[in-house]
Ligand binder design. Structure first.
Ligand code: SAM
Length: 316
């Protein structure tokens, strides 16, 4: 922190407490909109695309683990309101631990889980546990009902970038993700592509870039510290929170401390191109309305854009 920052009361609070409470308050306040409202949103297809990405990723790694063992236990780190609950049901896992910093989201996630279970009376649904925690600051292993629990997969979808506020926070989240994994277990996730973010910022005349759907606002150009490189992300009133650049090679190095090695890394575009070659993910893409009617209603001014014009295709 510069001297100027420590003299500014607002920034002083940020520096002492970090942005975690701001992030939690933001997600706690987010209202669940109904299916109809969601289908009218300009980011309907983007959300579907992201969901398809997660489904394909989760499916792939569940299959990998299933080749070795029958019963699969998963940690959803930053579960939000439970957007992936159904994906784990489709993966026929046995146990899921859902955790998030936002207590309202965790409650909604739990509620959705019991609704899903009630609807699926004749089908197998995994057991679930729900834990509210700031996983950048608290040790999760102390919070599980069974302290000896071990996971086959830790899934961290669109969450890890919140931890890159400081080295200590990024390390704690990584520890929570990896230390309870079985040998051979996987840490999978999705996070914005910092190289792409910086490239777009550098190409802009200002400290921000975006379009009429999203904006990314940096504090300054040209200075990108490894930790605490904050930007504000705004997406159609859905997300408006501070995030941090994640320099991926640093994650790879840091993860070695937890006996992890990198086995797989792709941009969304690379992942998409690889998956659509196969029938099953291609059909799912169509079913989830992620691309088939892409990109939105006939009158939309986004209608002329191609998939590669969208930022989500360039995230990792
Ligand atoms: N993984 C979910 C999904 O894909 O639908 C939610 C993703 S949402 C973009 C990001 C989530 O990260 C929010 O639910 C937020 O509360 C959670 N989060 C942010 N910082 C966190 C922290 N320090 N500890 C735990 N969860 C955190």
């Amino acid at each position: 922190a510069s001297e100027d920052e420590s003299e500014c009361p607002a920034k002083k609070v940020d520096l002492e407490e970090g942005h975690g409470s701001k992030v939690a308050a933001h997600y706690n306040d987010l209202q669940e909109s109904g299916l109809h409202a969601r289908s009218q949103s300009r980011i309907f297809y983007l959300r579907n695309f992201n969901n398809w990405m997660k489904s394909a990723l989760i499916g792939e790694f569940v299959d990998k683990v299933r080749q070795r063992k029958k019963n699969i236990t998963v940690l959803d780190l930053g579960c939000g309101k439970g957007g992936d609950l159904l994906k784990w049901k489709k993966g026929r896992i046995d146990k899921l631990v859902c955790t998030d910093i936002a207590d309202v989201s965790v409650k909604q996630c739990e509620h959705r889980y019991f609704e899903m279970k009630a609807r699926s009376r004749n089908e197998h649904v995994y057991e679930a546990e729900f834990v509210t925690a700031d996983t950048t600051k608290e040790l999760l292993s102390k919070k599980y009902s069974n302290p000896d629990i071990r996971f086959d997969i830790c899934s961290c979808q669109f969450v890890y970038h919140y931890s890159f506020e400081t080295y200590e926070q990024a390390d704690m989240m990584l520890r929570n993700a990896c230390e309870m994994l079985h040998p051979g277990g996987y840490f999978i996730g999705t996070t914005p592509n910092s190289f792409e973010l910086v490239k777009r910022l550098e190409a802009s005349d200002t400290d921000s870039f975006g379009n009429d759907v999203y904006t990314v606002q940096f504090q300054e150009k040209g200075n990108y510290p490894l930790f605490g490189c904050k930007y504000d992300f705004n997406l159609e009133g859905v997300v408006n929170v501070p995030e941090f650049l994640v320099y991926f090679p640093v994650v790879v190095e840091m993860a070695k401390k937890y006996q992890m090695k990198l086995v797989y890394k792709k941009t969304f575009l690379e992942f998409f191109e690889e998956k659509v070659k196969n029938d099953e993910p291609k059909m799912l893409l169509k079913k989830m309305q992620a691309l088939e009617r892409y990109p939105a209603a006939p009158n939309s001014k986004l209608a002329s854009k191609k998939p590669e014009d969208y930022d989500h295709a360039k995230k990792i």
